[in-house]
Design a binder for this molecule. Structure first.
Ligand code: ZN
Ligand code: ZN
Length: 410
């Protein structure tokens, strides 16, 4: 076996044993690019090794997606196949695990009419609402991973000869996900324990709010009265551990939906459905986004915010030290899964139900009442940097340092 094959197998093993933590007799639904069939095969093989009942692979093809946006009739973008939504919803109800392998080139939809992108995303968001409820309440085990495509690798490593770009991106991913280690599964158990310590600390502190300051940022985020911090592993409704993202370096909770005030400047470009949004600042009043300015992709950003009422508010607040493995690699991945794990981030849109006490059994209305924003979108963007300070505001109004110069203060 070559070194690459070994790492690819390790990576697939992480997807099955750590990410989805697939159990004997369980269905697996895998969404992956046609450019990544070797990984699809490795994941499927590992899935059957641990006793999968059946593996359903849904392949997507970036070039076919692009052709749709270039040539399909204008009135076709409000349609999302109901059978596709039904497949995922039903499989979730049958207790399936879900693996999504992201590989979209950041420029896939560059130059496409942003209205088409917004409408197609909205149609998908609406059609998949039941499935999203299941995943956001951790009813099911689900995980998001990534794999390189030629177009994406070219964007990350433009200075390398074309023949070396994909391998370079694989290498960076194997490092960032610990798939390059001898025993990656064991390494992930250790990593999970480290994240759990931070989670416990923050849950004990139970800050009323966080105050962020950095160049271009002065932002206060209130937290719901019954908020819960999470990080690393999650549990599905059957109590089975899974890891929603590979890699993950964050601990996170939900903001009080109407308790965000001030302004924040993004520190990395955001790849949102095949378009880059860069150098942007967002201003909040009582939770609502009242202004946004972007050097690049401002119309895409504005369309994202206009998706529904909830997309005017935040649904996640996540802490990642500047001194983290992905951040230290110095590589800008142009992919949120990696870039968000190199940086403090927040998300526009829906909050995770498990971020408040009793949230996973609440109705959508109850979640909102307890402070959690609801929306059909959830889009993270990166705000952390080496100059960022964060203060925790306690119940009595006193403050203490949580982050100093981009890193944990304790
Ligand atoms: Zn996050
Ligand atoms: Zn998120």
């Amino acid at each position: 076996m070559t070194d690459f094959q070994q790492k690819l197998e390790n990576y697939a093993e992480l997807g099955i044993k750590i990410g989805s933590n697939l159990q004997k007799g369980q269905y697996l639904f895998l969404n992956i690019s046609v450019e990544n069939t070797p990984l699809a095969h490795a994941l499927t093989k590992k899935a059957y090794e641990v006793g999968a009942r059946q593996v359903f692979v849904q392949y997507y093809d970036d070039q076919v997606t692009r052709m749709r946006y270039d040539h399909a009739p204008e009135d076709s973008f409000d349609f999302f196949p109901e059978w596709e939504a039904l497949e995922k919803t039903k499989l979730a109800e049958y207790g399936a695990a879900f693996i999504t392998v992201k590989s979209q080139s950041p420029d896939l939809l560059k130059g496409v009419n942003p209205d088409y992108v917004a409408r197609a995303n909205k149609a998908a968001g609406q059609a998949l609402s039941k499935y999203r409820e299941y995943s956001q309440a951790n009813k099911i085990s689900w995980t998001v991973m990534a794999a390189p495509t030629a177009a994406w690798a070219a964007k990350v490593f433009p200075e390398l000869p074309e023949a070396e770009q994909v391998d370079a991106l694989w290498d960076a991913m194997f490092k960032a996900t610990r798939a390059d280690l001898d025993n990656p599964v064991e390494a992930w158990h250790k990593h999970d324990a480290t994240l759990s310590e931070k989670v416990e600390f923050l849950n004990k502190k139970h800050y009323k709010a966080l105050h962020y300051t950095a160049p271009g940022t002065d932002l206060t985020i209130e937290l719901p009265a019954t908020h819960i911090w999470s990080g690393g592993g999650s549990k599905n409704e059957k109590g089975i551990d899974f890891m929603a993202n590979i890699p993950t370096e964050e601990v996170f909770t939900a903001p009080q939906w109407d308790g965000v005030n001030g302004y924040v400047t993004a520190k990395k470009p955001l790849n949102y459905s095949g378009n880059l949004i860069d150098q942007f600042t967002v201003t909040f009043e009582k939770g609502r986004i009242v202004d946004v300015k972007a050097e690049e992709g401002e119309d895409i950003m504005k369309n994202l915010i206009a998706t529904d009422e909830g997309s005017h508010y935040l649904g996640e607040v996540a802490l990642v030290p500047h001194n983290s493995p992905i951040s230290n690699s110095g590589i800008l991945f142009y992919n949120t899964l990696f870039d968000e794990n190199a940086s403090n981030h927040i998300a526009i849109g829906s909050a995770y139900a498990f971020c408040i006490e009793g949230g996973t059994t609440m109705t959508q209305e109850q979640l909102k009442k307890h402070g959690l924003n609801r929306s059909i979108v959830h889009v993270d963007f990166m705000i952390g940097c080496a100059d960022m300070d964060i203060d925790g505001i306690l119940e009595d109004g006193s403050t203490e340092p949580v982050f100093r110069n981009g890193n944990w203060a304790f």
